[in-house]
Design a protein around this ligand. Sequence first.
Ligand code: SF4
Length: 379
Amino acid sequence: MKYIDEFRDPELARRLASAIAAEVDPSRDYRLMEFCGGHTHAIFRYGVQHLMPPNLRFIHGPGCPVCVLPMSRIDHAIALAVQHGVILCTYGDLMRVPASERRSLLKTKAEGADIRMVYSTQDVLRIARENPSRQVVFFAIGFETTTPPTAVAIKVARAEGLQNFSVFCNHVLTPSALRTILATAGPDGVQLDGILGPSHVSTLIGSRPYAFVPREYGLPVAIAGFEPLDVMQSALMLVRQLNSGRCEVENQYTRAVTEEGNRKAQALMAEVFKTRERFEWRGLGFLPHSALELADDYADLDAERRFPVTLGESREVKGCECPAILRGVKQPTDCKLFGTVCIPDNPMGSCMVSSEGACAAYWSYGRFRETPASRTAMA
Ligand code: SF4
């Protein structure tokens, strides 16, 4: 399949692995953070880490939208469904994310709330049209990638005069999360030598917004596609930058990412949304200018304004290490609940829910069970 098979070619993977092994400096470490959960998924699915030399390590970043959503926002969504009796629509991954008091959207649905899983914003609009006497709220999440479809739905609802449609907006912005990770990096935080930049997000925002990383933090960036050879080639680009003392933003994912990004989508986002002053991220705390809410011209479609809720204090599951994992300072196997009480069928934290979550990736592909001897045997 075009653009798939050639980026999973075993012979090319072997050649890239040999090039990386030949070029790494054995006297130093290469600690490369892959920002996106999609990269984490590819690294585990294809065993990319095991193809790397021992001194090159991938560190998982906060780029999984389900994982970074704090529990308080799940509690808020449940309150919208329960306290106001709305039809709450959202994507499948969110249904099982643990909320306070061992609740979730799925359990709340089982208790009778009208919570529906959708595949697109078009589904939400259809549900609103089919249920004119009910209020329909779209629980919108995601980085810049999923924001334009929400903007389109809002504009369509406005154009059609859909009075029963609104959005509980939880769209978040990549650069501010990256800046927070880098600002707290160092001896007391995560130690990094380079960044694998996001794939899909960068198709939207372009490569330019990452210029602050080399300029202010002295770290090289390689924007990387999601296929295993993309990740390996990007790792090689970072190794070469580090070895030669260069520090810049390079773009490995040239088949989809340009310097300026998708201007049309950016204009749409700028029209429909505005930046929140602050927003809470799981693991990173309240970050300034890190998320979006509906712009003033569309404020009447903002579910937070339309449906005020009463919320208690949100309580994370005791022992869950998701916050530290999302900052890159711990690995899933550092969590005592990993693989004991917490597995994908019974997630205790958000990182075990989404396939892009680090805990789910560790568990699903079982790489943590492999030993150097078993890997040699498999090869
Ligand atoms: S294994 Fe489960 S409980 Fe532990 S950090 Fe991951 S999601 Fe949280």
